[in-house]
Design a protein. Sequence first.
Length: 270
Amino acid sequence: MQTNTGRLTKDGIRIHEATDFAGMRTAGALAAQILDDIAEHVFPGQTTGEIDRLITQWVQDAGATSATIGYRGYQHASCISVNHVVCHGIPGDKILKDGDILNIDVTVIVDGWFGDTSRMYVAGTLSRKSERLIEVTHDALMKGIEAAKPGNTFGDIGHAIQLYAESNRMSVVRDFCGHGLGRVFHAPPNVLHYGRPGTGPILEEGMFFTIEPMINIGRPETKVLADDWTAVTRDKSLSAQFEHSIGITADGCEIFTLSPGNKFHPTYQI
């Protein structure tokens, strides 16, 4: 059985070795490829359950394992969050309508390494309001990634995201955050998408974690529905999310979950 390598910081954050980056690249690439391939299957009249069925099949075909099937009782290979669903939407019989926006979140395990990523899609015609939300959310993620380099802090990442989102008159969800990963699905630290510069643990080469801001057009408050998974905006405003898994390098960071076909942003097809 393979075990974690590297050391832990005083904050409990694992510092991985240089050889560990290869495993994360492979896992991240598979997750990203699956999200590329699912794009053509998102259209009005499609069900979220059929999208998940395809993803489940593709994970199996790749000889990988879904990290979410069986996780705390969850039974699907993806989370699919439509319109005002913030995250952890459960695939099922819901039929997509023209103009629906949705986040699809996939985590795979390849040779013990976890690849975790999500991105936005649109069924049919993208409204200007939804397009602007998606643009701001995507760019907020990239602002956070720009701040992810040795010597900066996790507060710098959160601040960059919060400043950008709020300068565009949108709000950052506080109830969910990014997380460390590697040979485990979730590990320290909690990666907040808001914060003050210079606060929190200092970034070091070898840290692996996700950045996955959830941005709302309306207020930031959320609530979890009776299924104990689905989180929605309390004011029913639209929400969007993008997620990358990254590793801190000597002079910045490496994104493990880049889209092979440059399809990370849904407007590639418009």
